[in-house]
Design a protein. Structure first.
Length: 173
């Protein structure tokens, strides 16, 4: 836990997987074949707050969810990569575009496709219900499960350590 806490002060960038992190991993299908996902409102609050506080915030997903793009865009997150078959390539490109080094990145993933990405960042994290291999690769396992507050958990911890939690940005939704 000590190394996790010491790394929080250097984080400038949050990168999240979508299914299983920003959502609980469930996909609801309508009778017309459309897919729906549920996002946690408290995670959403923390995400938009991170953007307002000047952090880089990005989502990388292997799925091609238009719903994820719409939801994240509504929170001010414009860097949303869907259909990323090799997430590590998208992360490298994103870090290059934003001029960010890996040690300043917190990544949260939940399953095997996230493993290579987690090796590139300074602070690999995961929700409580992540795959065992992901838990082993993480410096922090949130007590919250995917889609149920794990994103809020890590963002809030970073903002508190950096003195940005409960700032004026916190109160303008």
């Amino acid at each position: 836990m000590e190394s996790f806490l010491s790394k929080l002060k250097d984080i400038t960038t949050f990168v999240f997987d979508v299914d299983g992190v920003l959502t609980d991993g469930s996909v609801l299908l309508t009778d017309t074949g459309e897919q729906a996902r549920a996002f946690n409102i408290k995670d959403g609050y923390a995400l938009q707050l991170a953007v307002k506080c000047g952090y880089n915030v990005c989502a990388i997903s292997g799925s091609r969810s238009k719903i994820a793009i719409m939801r994240l865009n509504s929170l001010g997150i414009t860097d949303v990569y869907v259909g990323a078959q090799v997430k590590v390539d998208k992360l490298k490109l994103y870090m290059e575009e934003k001029h960010v080094i890996g040690s300043k990145v917190l990544y949260m993933g939940d399953d095997i496709p996230d493993l290579d990405v987690m090796k590139l960042v300074g602070l690999p994290t995961c929700p409580a219900d992540a795959a065992e291999e992901i838990k082993e690769a993480s410096l922090y396992v949130s007590p919250m499960v995917g889609g149920r507050g794990c994103v809020r958990d890590v963002i809030e911890k970073v903002l508190k350590v950096q003195g940005k939690w409960m700032s004026k940005e916190s109160f303008s939704w």
